[in-house]
Design a protein around this ligand. Structure first.
Ligand code: I22
Ligand code: ZN
Length: 198
């Protein structure tokens, strides 16, 4: 067991090092898309399943409340939080529709969808992306593995941040770091810290 635990730490560290070499430009592009959307008065919707649902909520809470510094609330909605809405859409229609229906109701032109899936193949996340495009939103996709079907949905207006790993857990661990980088870039752009503030 100890050897497995150590191997997991090593694999996670190596995945982060590999990601640090290939992802910074995509993260910067995604952050600038988000900053521009927020300046325009748009908002960010986020979605994902399982651990990625947690990531979607982690991101929205850091927008709505704060990341590391005191600053005004920023508009974001995680689409994985309202169990009445999720269960009724899944019950009456299909689990594939649980995020897409919310995007069609809440999404406005210029909003951003943060779509999170380690495989890139979750049907409900892909349906949310289709709904976002129908609302003239842009997409920031956090993926892994080979990008799955999600990778094929993106245009030059969108950005994919694909973690170089085939293991769901390792991909999720990097997704969280990506989310914290996005928050830091947004705060640095919109609310630069005073010297000596931090
Ligand atoms: O957290 C984990 C595994 O670490 C799981 O809950 C995982 O998120 C679930 O199996 C998801 O359904 C996987 O979906 P996806 O990342 O392929 O979109
Ligand atoms: Zn997990």
């Amino acid at each position: 067991m100890i050897e497995n635990i150590k191997a997991n730490f090593t694999e996670s560290i190596q995945t982060k090092i590999a990601a640090s070499e290939i992802l910074p430009e995509a993260i910067e592009k995604a952050a600038m898309m988000m900053v521009e959307a927020l300046i325009r008065g748009n908002k960010i919707l986020s979605c994902g399943n399982g651990g990625s649902a947690g990531d979607a909520q982690h991101f929205s809470s850091e927008m709505l409340n704060r990341y590391e510094r005191d600053r005004p609330s920023l508009p974001a909605i995680a689409l994985s939080t309202d169990t009445s809405t999720l269960t009724s859409i899944a019950n009456d229609y299909s689990y594939d529709e649980v995020f897409a229906k919310q995007v069609r109701a809440l999404g406005q032109p210029g909003d951003i969808l943060l779509a999170i899936s380690t495989s890139g193949n979750s049907r409900n996340v892909i349906a949310a992306m289709e709904a976002a495009l129908s609302r003239d939103m842009t997409i920031v996709a956090l993926t892994g593995k080979d990008g799955g079907e999600m990778a094929g949905f993106l245009s030059e207006h969108d950005v994919e941040i694909r973690v170089p790993s085939n293991r769901t857990a390792r991909i999720q661990e990097v997704h969280l770091l990506v989310i914290h980088n996005l928050c830091e870039c947004i705060d640095d752009s919109l609310f630069p810290a005073d010297h000596g503030d931090e």
